[in-house]
Ligand binder design. Sequence first.
Ligand SMILES: *Cc1c(COP(=O)(O)O)cnc(C)c1O
Length: 437
Amino acid sequence: MNHFEYRNGVMHCEQVSLEDIAREVGTPVYVYSTATLERHFTVFAGAVSAHPSLKSPKGEAPLVAYAVKTNSNLAVLRTLAAQGAGADTVSEGEIRKALKAGVPANKIVFSGVGKTDEEMAFALKAGIYQINVESPPELERLARVAATLNMIAPVVIRINPGVGAGGHAKITTGGAKDKFGVSAEEALRLYAEASAHRHIAPMGIACHIGSQITDLTPMQAAFSRMRGWVEDLRANGLSVERLDLGGGLGVPYFNQKEPPAPADYAEMVALTVGDLGVRYTFEPGRAITANAGVLLSRVIHIHERADSGQKFLVLDAGMNDLIRPALYDAYHDIRPVHAGDPADTTVYDVVGPVCETGDTFTRGREMPACREGDVVAFMTAGAYGAVMGSEYNSRPLAPEVLVRDADWSVVRPRPSYEQMMAAEPLPDWFSPRAVSA
Ligand SMILES: *Cc1c(COP(=O)(O)O)cnc(C)c1O
């Protein structure tokens, strides 16, 4: 469910007309709904918190650590933090943003295959909940960093369960040959090694098998292996207090297939790994933010090719603003902000202005007929959208707007061309004369 709906023929985000935002802020622009963010978070957190078998021995509800990489705008993070969200982070920058947005340090998880010494030290000093260790050299470095700071690092070991899943090969992470985590045998060895170390406190194990997963079967297979490994560790006399099950729950990008609801996911988790006497962690990202955002873009013109008969709908948004179709062959529903006659459709190749053929959002799609100057909305663009934006082709980063009821606010302005150029100082060997315009 989301809060983007037509009212009197114009798409609104909550109470705000998207036509108004497009006119006042300009296009391309990302627009997020507070109500949808809050709803998605509370539905997910409510589902996993509802199961008595997913409570910790101390009676704590699971930690729901929102995956910051999907949408790291500070206002989005602040909105989720106010709902009680923790943060799953993958860099010092994300930890800093989560802290700044009001996520308590003891709800922050630090994941990723390549954390630097500086990042580890920052995380330890901030007092975060746990560091998810993904390899033997990483554990070794973390032990050294923690020893230097005379601190004890709370650690879970990320296991690659050998069950990959996800909407595309590039976002499948749990396959045995993927770069994430260690094998179960190696995890058991590392865990024992970590227990003997004065500056490491191994707390449990973690997995995250992929993203945009629309079927519970692979998750269930991975989680039931995780259960076995918790039992193996305990059988070896090691204490296991935490189990982190990652994110990955998919969202509907188009009307055909409904992914599992959070309640069904929670039910499966409770049946598969419930009652282990651990504190559970979940790291949902896309499921929280994807349908909470749209990218608005204006039709620059329609180029009808005489030879092929193709109609290119040329937009002012490009792959630098929304790279998912180019990178993952992702499908985004594209809807006109002004609903026309639903029977009036045309087949378009929808493209951006960037100078490569990869800058094609879709080919041969039948959709409502558009005219020059119309505004269209890329639906389900709140996750892995703005965060993956770049200035390729020297195009300013698309701004971001957060809506709340009838209010809205620009939460990241579009940089001016002066600001873009000020970020690239020239070396002083160019004399002022040589660079004068
Ligand atoms: C990307 C990622 C997530 C979030 O995945 P979604 O599919 O967006 O829910 C969670 N945990 C880890 C370790 C990740 O890398």
